[in-house]
Design a protein around this ligand. Sequence first.
Ligand code: C5P
Length: 222
Amino acid sequence: DQAPVLTIDGPGGAGKGTISRLVAERLGWHLLDSGALYRLTAEAAARHAVALDDAEGLAALAASLDVEFLVEDGEPRVLLEGQDVTRAIRTEQAGDRASQVAALNPVREALLARQRDFATPPGLVADGRDMGTVVFPAAPLKIFLTASAEERARRRHLQLQESGTTASLSSLLKEIQARDARDMQRSVAPLKPADDAITLDSTRLTIPEVVDRLTQLLAQRG
Ligand code: C5P
């Protein structure tokens, strides 16, 4: 893969998704939402009645995922086996199931080549947990984007309110902390900054401020 890669790793809710999308748009680069692949594997498991602890069955699903990422009227959409699952894979429950599936090494192995295939010219912004440590270890710029768990719960709460759903702030905070713990403590590809990553704490930064910072860093490196 000759194309330059910008990796953006960090815990859920730090704003990686939005920021990766905006940076990719600004640069005209491709975007890899690696979390979506784990969410889609979990969704496929539900559809095919594969248990969430059946590592080999899940790896087979992951290796043969029939997925399409589209943009329609400026809105990203995801199709699994031809069906729109854009919203279904974004629920808290789907995220929780994804993190169970993601703890299984055969699943991670099965998704590795698929993720690397995204690195094509003019470049790739790769969003996830192990983009800088495992999937693209040679990336010229690696960012570890964090925010306090309280701030991430607050942002998620706002997001849910805007979409007309309600959830208590305290239950969101608990879910976020549980998912962080699972992602950081697992034995395969745990969530941690790469040795050569730059850590950026977005707790007190706006989205445009983070996007500016990242494009500046990239300009300095390029
Ligand atoms: O980023 P997102 O919340 O969509 O990811 C869902 C879950 O997938 C995460 O909690 C994590 O367990 C897993 N994941 C992962 N490695 C990645 C991206 C996501 O293990 N590169």
